[in-house]
Design a protein around this ligand. Sequence first.
Ligand SMILES: [Zn+2]
Length: 248
Amino acid sequence: MSNKVVYLEDAKVKKCNICEQELPLTFFHLRKEKGTTRKTHYGHCRECRRKLDNDRLSKPYEYLKALYRGVRDRQKKEKEETIYRRRGKRLMESMNMHKECRVSFNEFLYRFLDQYKAIGMMCPLTGKKMTTIRGEKWVPTNMTVDRIDNDVMYTYHNIMFISNEANQQKGAISLLSIISLSFWLKHLVKHKYKGYEAMFDNLLDSAMENADNRKRITKHLTEEDFKNCKNWSEFYDIGKKDDEGRID
Ligand SMILES: [Zn+2]
């Protein structure tokens, strides 16, 4: 018998049905077989499985769903902390209650479409195009969700979609401080205010590449279509549909 044969589990190899590499069994995740206690290895390797998962989570609908879950869970966690602090800390409790999520997933989706119809995928705070890339540590342009007014909870009217970097910079700036800043800009440095206004218009123009499509997307899009979009370009294609459902 050849001494190359090793009877260790680690030494057994399997061919991945995606990348077609011959890899040790430890490179494959295990899954339970239905109705038995037996476990078998997946047909594709861990690396290919990770890529598949990331592709799925980067899909427009799935990405938004994960964003929504994040908001909902954050609220749940804060509520738990509230109960924890309840003894003698009533003030803390009332502060935390502000952050409650009173928005359903459908409302969340429509809120996104409202924003999309107005400014497309442009981040309203940085003017850059937002992305939905999963599987990388921290993408500055990735879309996140935030409250417009930090003192009020997550409601349909108080959520906006902004990029990671904008979310990080925004921090605890209150609407009041933005308004007062804008007041002083308008009154004390008029020319500067005009300049910023023009700059914002320019950014909006450059985000308008799908201007016609945007209105039509929200008109023709069904939730089923949205779910099936593999990427943003398929989402944009829905905007190319005319009233008869033809794509030009
Ligand atoms: Zn593979």
